[in-house]
Each structure stands twice: as structure tokens, then as C-alpha cells.
Design a binder for this molecule. Structure first.
Ligand code: COA
Length: 353
């Protein structure tokens, strides 16, 4: 039976470190507040004049290809997960293809817009393509350049202290070996609270359903008529907004649920997990999940302290770093899990090659 294995993994973090102390010079916040509520000490910000979400992804991809022993021209399908694309359209998949110099037009490019669970969604899609025999070298990349689109004034402090820039990539290949590869993936969504962690402006909603002051469409006569309003500029309503408490409460329920779903499906228990790589949403969320599953510290990998929440990139960056540090080894049962905007959430279980 064909399964999907991670044949190579890479990551890229921009070199510029932004500490909590530096943020506190831009907005009314403190190192203590940020560390206590999120666990984050510092994050990376890309170089605005030379880097984009696509160029970050290109660095991570090259490293993943090198480690998989393939050239970028061997990639036969690109899956690009991000919420901070270079352009509204086209998506980053084709931009990455161009950036890497891939001239093979047989190579398809798919963009995934599932925010924090984008990598898990992408892995599940890739897994189906590999198992069906359609592709042999899929590039799955998660990349974010949040720093370009956050409000670094006190108005945006709840969101802007949490997020950081970075990219992680994997090369996925078929394997027929018994004890390796993706064992199962599980995807979920519930749009009830779509606007509670979102960046909604500008958009085709044109204020129709949401036409309130809060969302930038104070004048009902223009609802459904206009794409951009003056109020959006005046009140900076083109930044992300987040209902932190709702996100927290929902995340701590959904993470354990979806991890247990993957374990149950494959006849495992939490004790069988060798390494849990949770999406790096917030250290307190990861610690809560760890406690519920009764996992010891050495079985949960967290690096949000150094990088902040890098959304679609957080799982491949953490997985890559854990592997580089020798904490993920051949034969290990690795569990990936994510929750985020949408809300969408998911999990994957794999045996490391
Ligand atoms: C965002 C989060 C850290 C906020 O913590 P909280 O305890 O819920 O804090 P609240 O939103 O209730 O705000 C408490 C106070 O801190 C203030 N505050 C918000 N951001 C702040 C910051 N960066 N620095 C200092 N104070 C801040 C608020 O304005 C509020 O002030 P007030 O009491 O005077 O109104 C927390 O809700 C959280 O971790 N949520 C999950 C977020 C997440 O994981 N997102 C990623 C999902 S993938």
C-alpha cells in the first residue's frame, strides 16, 4: 500500500529578531504581559525591502529539496499555505514556482487558505494525491510575512504581539515501507465564528452582512456597493481582529479532541506519541493540551518563545527544528495538530522515516 513520507524538511526564519522590549517602544505593552499571556519572548520580522512571503518560502523549500536529495525541477506539485500572501491574487504557489526557477508547466500549484491549520490541510490533500499515485514529489510549504500587515500601535496590540514571520517546507514522496509515513489525517471546520479571528476588509461582502461601524461600513446606502470605504483607512480596519478569549476557549477543547480522533483511528493512546508538534498558537494553549493528554515535557515541542505564532508555517518550522535537534527520530510516532481562524482544526499522525 502506498503511503506518504516526508523525504526532506526545511525552514527559514528571517534574521531580524524583535523582542518584547522593542515592541513596548511602539505600543503600550510590556514584556511581562506578553510572556505571561502567550509565552512569547521574541519573534522574527522579515526585511520589508527585500523579502516577501514567497521569498521566505523559497529559502525553506531549497533546504527541504536539498535534504530530500531532489532538485526544484523534480517537484511535480506545489501546495502553498499562507494567510499573508504577496498578492490578493494570484496566489503564492505560482510566485514560488517562478522564484525557484521551475520551468516545468506540468507542475501544478495550489494555494491553501486555512490559516493556522493550513499545513495540516495541505498535508491531507498531498496525502490523497500521493496515495492515488498522481504525484511523486509534492512540495508543501507554509509561509507567513505577518509583520507587513499588523497594527504596531496600541490599537493593534492584542494581535500584533503574537505573530511572527517565517517559513517551513516539506517534500512529500510515496513509500511502500510498513513502518513509515502518514498514518491518518483529520480535518474539521465550523464557520459559526468566522469573524472572530479574521481580516475581513476589503472583501466582496461589501458590508452587506456586517455593515456596522466596527467593520467599516457605517453608511447602509453603500452596503453591497463598495469594496473600500474611507472609514477603513481612517480607523485602520484592514488589520486582523481577534476575540482572544473565544479563540483560547475553543482551541483548548478542539486540540485534544482532534488529537484523540487520530489516535483512536489508528489504535493508539496518548502514551504512544513520541513527539507532539502542536501549532504554535500560544504557549498556554500548548501547555493546556499537554496536561489534558498527560504528556511529559520531552514529548511536546514548543518554539513559540523564539518565533511567535507563524500561522501556517509554525508546524513545519517546529517539526524541522525538533528533527534538527535530534528530538524526532526514525520510527517515532509524531502527532501534528492545529486550530485557528475559520474556525478550522485538524490533526495528522505519522511515523518518522
Ligand atoms: C490574546 C490573549 C493573550 C489576551 O489575553 P486575555 O487574558 O484574554 O486578555 P484580554 O483580551 O481579556 O485583555 C486583558 C487586558 O489586556 C489588554 N491588552 C491586550 N493586549 C495587550 C498587550 N499586548 N499588552 C498589554 N495589554 C494588553 C487589554 O486591552 C485588556 O485591557 P483592559 O482590561 O483594560 O480592557 C488571550 O486571549 C489568548 O491567548 N487568546 C488566544 C489567542 C491565540 O492563540 N491566537 C492564535 C490563534 S491561532
Amino acid at each position: 500500500m502506498i503511503k506518504t513520507k516526508i523525504a526532506g524538511i526545511g525552514k527559514y526564519l528571517p534574521s531580524k529578531i524583535v523582542t518584547n522590549a522593542e515592541l513596548s517602544k511602539m505600543m503600550d505593552t510590556t514584556d511581562e504581559w506578553i510572556v505571561e499571556r502567550t509565552g512569547i519572548h521574541e519573534r522574527r520580522h522579515a526585511e520589508k525591502h527585500t523579502e516577501t512571503t514567497t521569498t521566505l518560502a523559497a529559502h525553506a523549500t531549497k533546504q527541504a529539496c536539498e535534504r530530500a536529495g531532489i532538485s526544484v525541477n523534480d517537484i511535480d506539485f506545489i501546495i502553498f499555505a499562507t494567510l499573508s500572501p504577496d498578492y490578493y491574487f494570484p496566489g503564492c504557489g505560482v510566485l514560488l514556482q517562478r522564484e525557484l526557477g521551475i520551468t516545468n508547466t506540468e507542475c501544478g500549484a495550489l494555494d491553501i487558505r486555512n490559516q493556522c491549520s493550513g499545513f495540516i490541510y495541505g498535508l491531507s490533500v498531498a496525502d490523497q494525491f500521493i496515495k492515488s499515485g498522481m504525484y511523486k514529489n509534492i512540495l508543501l510549504v507554509g509561509s507567513e510575512m505577518h509583520s507587513m500587515g499588523l497594527d504596531f500601535t496600541t490599537r493593534g496590540r492584542t494581535v500584533s504581539v503574537i505573530f511572527g514571520d517565517g517559513a517551513g517546507a516539506v517534500i512529500l514522496q510515496p513509500t511502500q515501507e510498513d513502518n513509515q509515513g502518514v498514518l491518518t489525517t483529520h480535518l474539521h471546520s465550523d464557520g459559526t465564528h468566522a469573524e472572530e479571528l479574521a481580516m475581513i476588509n476589503p472583501g466582496s461582502h461589501g458590508g452587506r452582512h456586517l455593515g456596522t461601524e466596527q467593520f467599516g461600513y457605517p453608511d447602509p446606502s453603500v452596503w453591497g456597493e463598495v469594496f473600500v470605504t474611507q472609514k477603513m483607512f481612517d480607523d485602520a480596519l484592514f488589520y486582523p481582529n481577534m476575540n482572544g478569549q473565544l479563540v483560547f476557549k475553543t482551541a483548548v477543547t478542539k486540540f485534544p479532541e482532534v488529537i484523540m480522533e487520530a489516535l483512536n483511528k489508528t489504535g493508539h493512546t496518548p502514551a504512544d506519541i513520541d513527539m507532539l508538534i502542536p501549532h504554535q498558537a500560544n504557549l498556554r494553549i500548548s501547555q493546556f493540551v499537554q496536561k489534558v493528554l498527560r504528556l511529559p515535557d520531552e514529548k511536546v515541542y514548543n518554539n513559540i518563545q523564539k518565533y511567535g505564532n507563524t500561522t501556517a508555517a509554525s508546524i513545519p518550522i517546529a517539526l524541522c527544528e525538533a528533527w534538527e535537534n535530534g528530538l524526532v527520530k526514525s520510527g517515532d510516532l509524531v502527532c501534528l495538530a492545529a486550530f485557528g481562524s475559520g474556525f478550522t482544526w485538524g490533526s495528522a499522525l505519522l511515523r518518522w522515516v
